[in-house]
Design a binder for this molecule. Structure first.
Ligand code: TRP
Length: 460
């Protein structure tokens, strides 16, 4: 139970609350959501099982597990995953820090009234461009992450997941009830659940696919590492199904909540489309909580608590990927390894934190030419470049490697004995999994990589 909650906590994060609602918006809802659900089932779920089984069969973290399960050279794939976790953690912490800022703001508004004439777009820009504020926020969040991982898997990670995940659910359900009572909820439900395939663009399929990796924490060894903590008597198939279903449910509920609010306010829809990915969660919603949402003065601050908790259960698993590598492969003790990794990651968090105007050199950083376009999509600023590289290159290549490892390089017997160990549920067919992991998943992931290289599709 502790493990399943920890892994679910890893999966549920900013991807669900911040990224998914926005890409659903951009891709016109309905049909996109359906396609996304198919990607989760056909690609996400099989790879989730593959990562967990590699972890459990070897009882090692990413690098050691791949070396032992597949072959010595595969340690490099594990290392690629560790680097990915490192990079993702460095900038994810900055976004997580924003939730602390908005928590403080919404509490203040609830207590002393909404300031007249405040444009939340300006507020966002001001806080993001304020270097010392950004450093404080992300430092605070890093300390929390290090503080959890420091105490180890059972006393730290699992305990926090056990404690926070139920809180997160309760807040979300309260918000859902409130949102469904708003006038825009009908339109929101229609937008999200009524498929209109005429509005589906070809790239939507790829975007859904790319996001399924991100949201399930796949493609970088995080689930391999967590898999090593599953006990023998537990079914990998069931655990994977629970994680995937909960993650998807949370993403959908969050989307229903946000869209209900947005559709309830005249003119808001145009506003959201203009403010980009960041906009919905940090520009459009904060003010609306105060003025539009039933019980919003209480739910507003609670919502940003929710974002912070969801982010923390993800950052702690990211740090665990990096720290467990140092612990297992270099024989460093947990406490020392956690402090060391946390410290080094924070150096890069500083770069991400000053990417929004605080330090012009970092904000305007750019790699020009064909290589810059290929690797970073021509993005400007450290934060955007890192995000682009992780989402478009590191996760898909790591994911492809895992499908190949589990489907083609490991023996049938090795994977079958892990999945069919007598604990598997009645509906599960090993042959179906094997078909998906050998053929469907690699082709799908390869399509992502091809799209990035040749068609300039952007998953970040
Ligand atoms: N799944 C997380 C989210 O949706 C983000 C994430 C991607 C992640 N890969 C990860 C978290 C690895 C932890 C470990 O926000």
């Amino acid at each position: 139970m502790g493990f399943v909650l920890a892994a679910t906590g890893s999966a549920i994060g900013l991807g669900n609350l911040w990224k998914f609602p926005f890409i659903t918006w951009e891709n016109n809802g309905g049909a996109f959501v359906l396609v996304y659900l198919m990607c989760i089932a056909a690609v996400g779920l099989p790879i989730m099982m593959a990562e967990l089984l590699i972890g459990r069969s070897t009882q090692k973290s990413a690098v050691g597990a791949l070396k032992e399960a597949v072959g010595p050279a595969w340690g490099l794939v594990g290392l690629w995953g560790v680097m990915c976790g490192f990079t993702l953690l460095s900038y994810y912490t900055v976004i997580a820090g924003w939730s602390l800022f908005y928590f403080a703001k919404t509490v203040t508004w609830s207590l002393s009234g909404f300031p007249a004439g405040l444009a939340t777009g300006d507020l966002f820009g001001e806080q993001a461009g304020n270097g010392s504020l950004q450093l404080m926020l992300s430092f605070g969040f890093s300390i929390a992450t290090v503080g959890v991982v420091y105490f180890g898997v059972q006393k730290g990670i699992e305990r926090i997941a056990r404690l926070f995940l139920p809180v997160l659910f309760v807040i979300l359900v309260l918000m859902l009830i409130s949102a469904l009572g708003m006038s825009g909820s009908r339109e929101a439900l229609g937008f999200i659940f009524r498929p209109n395939f005429a509005e589906l663009e070809p790239t939507s399929l790829l975007e859904a696919l790319g996001h399924s990796f991100f949201t399930l924490s796949l493609g970088m060894g995080a689930m391999i590492t967590y898999g090593s903590y599953i006990s023998r008597g537990q079914s990998i198939v069931k655990a994977s199904a629970i994680i995937v279903v909960l993650d998807t449910l949370i993403a959908l509920i969050a989307t229903v909540i946000m869209f209900s609010v947005i559709f309830s306010v005249a003119g808001m829809a145009d506003d959201v489309s203009d403010t980009g990915t960041v906009g919905m969660l940090f520009i459009s919603l904060p003010a609306l909580f105060y003025s539009e949402v039933p019980f919003g003065r209480i739910l507003g601050p609670l919502f940003y608590v929710l974002v912070a908790l969801a982010a923390l259960t993800s950052t702690m698993s990211l740090l665990e990927v990096v720290a467990s590598y140092i612990i297992d492969e270099h024989g460093v003790g947990r406490r020392k390894a956690t402090l060391m990794c946390g410290g080094v990651v924070f150096v890069f968090t500083v770069l991400a934190a000053v990417s929004f105007g605080a330090v012009p050199f970092i904000t305007n950083l750019e790699v020009g030419g064909a290589l810059g376009d290929l690797l970073f999509g021509g993005k400007v600023g450290w934060f955007s470049m890192a995000d682009h590289f992780v989402s478009n290159w590191m996760l898909p290549t790591g994911g492809l490697a895992v499908t190949l490892a589990a489907g083609w390089f490991m023996t049938r017997q090795a994977t079958e004995s892990e999945l069919m160990d007598g604990t598997e549920p009645g509906w599960f067919r090993y042959g179906v999994w094997r078909f998906f992991i050998r053929f469907v998943a690699p082709v799908a992931v390869a399509a992502i990589i091809v799209a990035v290289i040749f068609f300039g599709v952007d998953f970040s």
